[in-house]
Ligand binder design. Structure first.
Ligand SMILES: Cc1ncc(COP(=O)(O)O)c(C=O)c1O
Length: 361
């Protein structure tokens, strides 16, 4: 099984990281999207208050957690949510990697995902023994019917937002063919120039969640990547089936993390505060990259600027490493990304300002 997985691409960046570290002002690492701002106090307190946890937690999550999630889905995303159809996961990377397997995909099945995408969709298809298919729109699949179709809006890496009309077409296409749509909505509260829409919004799915799963993470929204916290929701039958297999497999979110998640989903103030931090970083970094000669494509939402100088991405990586700035080459996300780099907004204000000074010197 291990043999079927791609090489871990981040190792290729090591020489450029070394080079960036040589810069007199230190490295500005904008390559990975790992949050750097504090985990909100209310979330930390909830974790600590739940630290005495001698018994096993429920795979299904506490009723309080599922209620807080359902309230959030309705309050923030306009989704008619049922707490019974909420299932916590141990960070969504785990879910992305194992959902095809847990949903019964296997040899002979196709798992489709966007041609520029988070690499774990491909990994998940391979772990299941299914065929991964990176596609530029569903029509390029021809007559083939995939078992699973991944969508990701706002997109990692491009920051592109799929409007409701586009999502409606995907849902209709998949329903005609009996494919399951899994919508990765990890960045949904980070819209800047466009409003991200959930696949479960009634105007997209007709208030019918059958055949649909939405996936949400607290890593970016609430600076909780270190806790490993996310959830799935959607088709009640699929969620029940996933709950059964996850119970057998021991895929359980720890009790203190469930308490922290409950507190995080009950609160919107910390999300607004974090949004303001990212908005400032995005504005200054975007301006500086443009002044340096970059074009920024898409990037309407999410935590990345998808930047190009119309040259091979590794040339851009090298040029920026000479300035002590480390970015991710676009080809990590698919062959359509060979002339872009992904620039993350997840660095402190001090480091972002250092990058801006170097780009505009
Ligand atoms: C599109 C997308 N999905 C899922 C994840 C996984 O996030 P986590 O495992 O922290 O929930 C990431 C992380 O960067 C991502 O970019």
């Amino acid at each position: 099984m291990i043999k079927t997985l791609p090489d871990f691409p981040w190792d290729l960046l090591t020489p450029y990281k070394e080079q960036a570290r040589q810069h007199a002002g230190g490295i500005v690492d904008l390559s990975v999207g790992t949050p750097v701002d504090p985990t909100p106090e209310i979330v930390r307190r909830a974790l600590v208050d739940a630290a005495d946890a001698p018994g096993y937690p429920a795979t299904y999550g506490t009723p309080e957690l599922r209620d807080s999630v359902a309230d959030w889905l309705t309050r923030r995303l306009g989704v008619e949510a049922d707490p019974a159809a909420v299932l916590p996961v141990i960070g969504t990377k785990e879910a992305v990697a194992w959902l095809p397997t847990l949903l019964g995909a296997g040899p002979g099945d196709t798992v489709a995902f966007p041609e520029l995408a988070y690499p774990t969709y491909d990994v998940g298809a391979r772990l299941a023994g299914a065929t991964p298919r990176a596609v530029d729109g569903l029509f390029s699949l021809g007559p083939e019917t995939p078992k699973i179709v991944w969508i990701n809006s706002p997109s990692n890496p491009t920051g592109k937002v799929l409007p409701a009309e586009h999502l409606r077409k995907v849902v209709a296409w998949a329903r005609e063919r009996g494919a399951t749509v899994i919508s990765d909505e990890c960045y949904i509260e980070l819209g800047w120039d466009a409003e991200p829409v959930s696949v479960l919004r009634p105007d997209v799915c007709g208030a019918d969640h059958r055949g649909l799963i939405a996936l949400h993470s607290l890593s970016k929204r609430s600076n909780l990547a270190g806790y490993r916290a996310g959830f799935l929701t959607g088709d009640p039958a699929l969620i029940t089936a996933l709950l059964e297999v996850r119970k057998h497999a021991g895929m359980i979110v720890p009790a203190p993390v469930q308490a922290a998640m409950t507190a995080a989903y009950r609160d919107d103030a910390h999300v607004q505060e974090q949004r303001e931090r990212y908005a400032r970083r995005r504005t200054v970094l975007r301006r500086a990259l443009e002044a340096y000669g970059f074009r920024i494509d898409h990037s309407e939402a999410g935590l990345y600027l998808w930047a190009s100088r119309d040259e091979p991405c590794w040339d851009t990586v090298k040029a920026l490493a000479e300035l002590g700035i480390l970015v991710a080459p676009g080809d990590f996300y698919g062959t359509a990304g060979t002339r872009h780099v992904r620039v993350a907004l997840t660095a402190t204000d001090e480091r972002i300002d250092a990058a801006v000074a170097r780009l505009t010197a």
